[in-house]
Ligand binder design. Structure first.
Ligand SMILES: NC(=O)c1ccc[n+]([C@@H]2O[C@H](COP(=O)([O-])OP(=O)(O)OC[C@H]3O[C@@H](n4cnc5c(N)ncnc54)[C@H](OP(=O)(O)O)[C@@H]3O)[C@@H](O)[C@H]2O)c1
Length: 214
């Protein structure tokens, strides 16, 4: 499968490497195709990895990951080109964080709308699945916790897209809980804040959510 990554930060690099490790061809996109961060990532990620612009990566991917700073996300999608994302699975790992008042950040949107729903409006023909927003990048691939596999909570409007994201998440060592449509982002994005605030209060970032069932 061909995977496009929109975002050159820790999340883009981690998920990009995770897809390459599964044997997929991955192109990482940036505002600037010559971005040294992307070139370096492509070099160290092996023969399956390449670099380009946001539009190049969106065109390349059958599946595309969105991992951009919230304040730049609408612009990144505009640069990627909504037509290049039409019909594609778009994994939205962003969180709508507003850092303008300092730490901890606030959610820039919520209750009756969400980042995930905004992304779906900005890329209306993409099959957006909110996922990978409730854990730090260090534990996204092959998470190792004494309590067993943590739970990746997801939401999106397209059942086949969620099936694909479930398969990929399971291949990376997660179990998956599907919370329904993309409006589930209204609950998944505050979950990110619970994860962040627990980390700040405890000075540790080695935690993940798990849904216990019986
Ligand atoms: N860090 C984590 O562990 C973690 C975990 C879960 C979810 N998240 C969420 O995942 C997303 C990515 O986080 P991150 O820490 O990997 O990276 P980040 O530093 O939040 O974002 C980096 C990316 O944002 C792009 N960007 C910044 N301003 C832009 C603008 N004005 N227009 C277009 N693009 C712009 C950058 O483009 P260039 O490449 O061109 O510079 C870069 O690709 C965030 O929404 C974050 O909240 C993060």
């Amino acid at each position: 499968m061909r995977v496009g990554i929109l975002g050159t930060g820790d999340v883009g690099q981690t998920l990009g490497a995770g897809f390459a490790k599964l044997g997929h061809d991955v192109m990482m996109g940036s505002r600037d195709a010559a971005n040294p961060k992307v070139r370096e990532w492509a070099k160290k990620s092996g023969a399956h990895a390449s670099a380009g612009t946001f539009a190049d990566a969106a065109k390349f991917g059958e599946v595309v990951v969105l991992a951009t700073l919230w304040s730049g996300t609408e612009n990144a999608l505009r640069l990627a080109g909504p037509d290049n994302l039409a019909g594609k699975v778009l994994i939205d790992a962003t969180n709508p964080l507003d850092f303008s008042q300092g730490m901890p950040p606030r959610l820039a949107v919520g209750h009756t709308d969400s980042g995930g729903e905004s992304v779906q409006r900005w890329a209306p023909r993409a099959r957006v699945v909110k996922a990978f927003n409730t854990v730090g990048n260090a534990h996204m691939i092959d998470p190792q916790f004494p309590g067993g596999p943590p739970t990746m909570f997801i939401g999106g409007n397209d059942a086949d897209a969620k099936k694909l994201v479930t398969q990929v998440s399971e291949a990376w060592g997660w179990e998956v809980a599907d919370l329904g449509g993309i409006e589930a982002s209204r609950y998944l994005e505050p979950m990110c804040m619970a994860w962040v605030i627990y980390g700040i209060r405890n000075g540790s970032w080695n935690h993940a959510f798990k849904l216990l069932r019986k």
